[in-house]
Design a protein around this ligand. Structure first.
Ligand SMILES: Nc1ncnc2c1ncn2[C@@H]1O[C@H](COP(=O)(O)OP(=O)(O)O)[C@@H](O)[C@H]1O
Ligand SMILES: [Mg+2]
Length: 243
């Protein structure tokens, strides 16, 4: 059973007289433990797709099955539970709570579960240790570097052992050395079985994934292994014959 099965997903917006087809018939299947990069120019529908995958938004048409459950038919409360328990999010801007320590930030998703305070703390400590921040648990976000903040966000995203880890431009605010650290961490997570879907516009970042889905005008333009994608997209431009 695939982790994700999207069938003919549409997301339309009406702005004034205009109808915008942010997604215009996307069908996509992602198996367990895949590591997928989503690429495409600005406005091609990447974030809209991530918001639907993350159950932050609902499609206008089409079905989305997550772990075999049709989430497009769920009510708001059930959807909120899926979002909290089955999905881990990482954003370009980290989205940590500024007043909370790293530990308290990572504990947040557990507040909605039945885990008691001691269990919450123990699990958050373990998650922070996994991202090599055992010595920064009591620091607040503004006392951490960008890479450290993103590692806190990753620990928080993983705390409920999600079916999918969704990352929208996770290295967009990081320098190249720190980006490499985050990508190495993703590599470890992938090796340990985590399913990962990451949006990026940087070919060097996309190359770390095993599969590359390219979007254009709300549709899937290509869906290739990363080796094939590099071959298709890194070809030198054909010289224009001069006759
Ligand atoms: N809330 C919205 N209302 C109207 N149009 C939107 C909304 N969100 C996104 N769009 C439009 O949908 C298209 C896809 O946007 P988006 O998914 O953010 O693209 P990307 O992340 O690839 O840059 C764009 O044309 C954008 O302007
Ligand atoms: Mg976007």
């Amino acid at each position: 059973m695939p982790v994700i099965r999207l069938t003919d997903i549409h997301k339309h917006y009406v702005v004034g007289e205009e109808q915008i087809r942010a997604l215009d018939g996307v069908s996509l299947t992602v198996e367990q433990n895949e590591y997928v990069a989503i690429m495409g120019t600005s406005g091609s529908g990447k974030s809209t797709l991530m918001n639907i995958l993350g159950c932050l938004d609902r499609p206008t048409h089409g079905t989305y099955e997550l772990d075999g459950n049709d989430v497009t038919r769920m009510g708001a409360a059930a959807l909120a539970r899926v979002r909290n328990d089955r999905i881990g999010f990482i954003f370009q801007s980290f989205e940590l709570m500024p007043r909370l320590t790293a530990l308290k930030n990572v504990e947040l998703p557990l507040l909605y579960s039945r885990t008691g305070w001691w269990g919450r703390s123990a699990r958050a400590r373990a998650a922070l240790t996994k991202v090599r921040l055992a010595d920064r648990m009591k620091h607040r976000p503004n006392q951490l570097s960008g890479g450290q903040r993103q590692r806190v966000a990753i620990a928080r995203a993983l705390i409920n052992d999600p079916a999918i880890l969704l990352a929208d431009e996770p290295t967009g605010n990081l320098d190249s050395r720190t980006s490499d650290e985050i990508l190495a961490l993703f590599e470890d997570l992938h090796r340990s079985g985590q399913t990962i879907i990451m949006v990026t516009h940087e070919p060097d970042v996309a190359r770390h994934a095993k599969r590359v889905v390219r979007m254009k005008d709300g549709r899937v333009l290509s869906d290739l292994s990363s080796e094939q994608d590099v071959r298709m997209n890194a070809l030198p431009a054909m010289p224009i014959s001069s006759k």
